[in-house]
Design a protein around this ligand. Structure first.
Ligand SMILES: O=C(NCCCCCn1ccnc1)c1cc(-c2ccc(F)cc2)cc(O)c1O
Ligand SMILES: [Mg+2]
Length: 214
């Protein structure tokens, strides 16, 4: 049933959004998830925080861990400067299939590379495969117990450098307590919590922004 939900979301985008217009794709998904079926997109409220952090960083290379249906992928890619690139990683092929179509519908496919597979295997291959020096911005929104191991992996692979910004979704709900401990206790990060709500609900959640100090 959950997989069918994603195709229903795609249908809602194709029906209600304008092809090539990212804002209308974002609105169509938010409307669908608020009024028809809840889904685990970062959503409109936390999305505004994502937008503001992204605009501040203005990354030339960005990484997203956890594509899902591509909602935050579209939010990020629509704000990238010309020539900037976003790599997004999704483990679930059914999610990835829907995301590709939603990203294409928004007209952002030239800015986005969607890679399918386990983040733990893909991260060490990023430099070789994509010629990435390091990521200026990383959005963590995948399995919450992968936030710490994948952050350590990014450090060990030299994929974050001084000034790189990590932004993590769901640090309260479902929660990523080990991650909060890691970035808040590490002398290598300057961390800040942005209080918000779980997408489309009144439940508390928030985003943690952590600047890598090198
Ligand atoms: O689990 C989440 N995301 C990961 C999905 C799978 C990632 C697969 N993958 C991709 C790449 N590598 C692995 C998530 C969950 C919730 C939530 C909150 C409350 C509730 F009652 C139920 C669910 C809210 C979110 O905002 C989330 O992001
Ligand atoms: Mg999330």
């Amino acid at each position: 049933f959950a997989l069918l939900k994603n195709t229903r979301m795609l249908k809602a985008v194709q029906k209600n959004a304008t092809k090539g217009d990212p804002e209308s794709v974002i609105s169509a998904i938010d409307y669908y998830c608020r009024h028809k079926e809840w889904a685990m997109n970062v959503g409109d409220e936390k999305g505004l925080i994502l937008d503001s952090v992204l605009t501040e960083v203005n990354p030339s290379t960005a990484l997203e861990l956890g594509t899902y249906c591509g909602y935050s992928t579209v939010r990020i890619a629509r704000l990238l400067s010309p020539g900037s690139k976003l790599i997004t990683v999704e483990f679930n092929p059914a999610f990835a299939a829907v995301a590709r179509q939603i990203i294409a519908y928004a007209g952002l496919q030239d800015k986005v590379t969607l890679v399918e597979g386990p983040s733990g295997d893909l991260i060490p291959k990023m430099k070789a495969r994509f010629g990435i020096k390091s990521f200026d911005f990383v959005f963590l929104d995948h399995w919450k117990d992968r936030y710490v191991p994948d952050t350590k992996l990014l450090e060990d692979c030299g994929l974050v450098s001084e000034g790189s910004v990590l932004l993590a979704d769901n640090v309260i709900c479902p929660g990523a307590p080990e991650y909060l401990k890691y970035v808040r206790n590490s002398p290598r990060y300057e961390s800040r919590y942005y209080k918000s709500n779980l997408e489309y609900t009144k439940v508390e959640d928030g985003l943690e922004k952590s600047v890598f100090l090198g």
